[in-house]
Write a protein that binds this ligand. Structure first.
Ligand code: 7UC
Ligand code: FE
Length: 289
């Protein structure tokens, strides 16, 4: 397997052999060291994508059934097309800064995307490295964040489902709070695999930052998000990496070190991608030099 750097962030891997333990380990090492791996010449059906996910960790089925691929529930479908008259998944997912499952007790370790239909323009996913975001903080902002906690919730970005029509919105919100109550963790957390400090806050998923006295600090959260580049609506901020991909690629990324958001595609050009997300409990990986 050949691994070569790509501009900005991440690497491209070619010639991956799924039967080679050393290729699998090198692939994971690359994902944690370089955050993004673009794997070429990959053609999987849903079952094949799930098998690929099993190489990297334990695939998880998304908690909301409406996203699940009807044949392989561990595959999450983002799609605006009806294939053979059958609508799959949910359209326009993730169009805000987030980390997958940040609102759950354990966010996913690795996210794997298989693009199925790629729009001709305004396509791709934006990424921000939250380890670099922490390192770039000016010292007093880093000090202010040090002993705070961040509170995450899916509330603001939860997609209304077809069965929610005519339901009182208060009932939907009560259901969200019951099934996915806000979770709290250190604003600056240790990356579970590499041990690096991560400024783990996102514009779409973090509801508040609370200081050691339990006081909410909206000002501080805003400063941290702004410093990380997540409040720049032009998406031209130097910390933002645009990753494009094509059908036949597989995109793997470190979902703890990176915040991501899919590009808003105003046209109704067909767009569909399949996703598998995994927990990876393999013993740690060396932090990037
Ligand atoms: O519809 C979406 O944008 C899905 C998002 C709310 N959560 C994706 C995840 O894996 O946490
Ligand atoms: Fe996502």
């Amino acid at each position: 397997m050949k691994i070569s750097p790509q501009p900005g962030m991440g690497v491209v891997a070619e010639g991956f052999d799924p039967s080679s333990d050393s290729d699998v380990r090198r692939l994971k090492q690359a994902a944690y060291r370089h955050r993004i791996v673009l794997l070429k010449d990959q053609h999987h059906d849903p079952a094949g994508l799930l098998e690929f996910g099993r190489l990297l960790g334990a695939p998880q089925t998304y908690y909301e059934p409406v996203y699940r691929h009807p044949d392989v529930p561990e595959v999450f479908v983002s799609s605006n097309v009806a294939t053979g008259g059958r609508r799959l998944g949910v359209p326009k997912t993730g169009q805000f800064w987030h980390s997958d499952y940040e609102f759950m007790p354990r966010p996913f370790d690795l996210t794997i995307i298989s693009p199925r239909r790629v729009p001709k323009e305004r396509r791709g996913t934006l990424f921000i490295d939250l380890v670099q975001a922490y390192r770039r903080l000016d010292p007093d902002l880093a000090a202010a964040a040090a002993d705070t906690e961040a509170i995450h919730s899916p509330r603001r970005k939860f997609k209304i489902r077809p069965d929610d029509v005519y339901r009182p919105i208060g009932d939907v919100i009560a259901e969200i709070d019951a099934r996915t109550p806000p979770v709290r963790r250190p604003t600056v957390l240790r990356h579970p695999r590499t041990g690096e400090r991560v400024l783990y806050v996102t514009e779409g998923g973090t509801e508040a930052v609370e200081d050691a006295d339990g006081r909410r600090r909206p000002d501080l959260l805003k400063q941290l998000l702004s410093a990380a580049g997540q409040l720049d609506e032009t998406t031209e901020h130097p910390a933002i990496h645009l990753q494009t991909f094509d059908v036949g690629d597989l995109l793997i990324w470190d979902n703890i070190a990176l915040a991501h958001r899919s590009l808003h595609n105003p046209s109704d050009e067909p767009a569909e991608s399949w996703r598998v997300t995994v927990y990876d409990d393999e013993p740690g990986f060396n932090p990037p030099e």
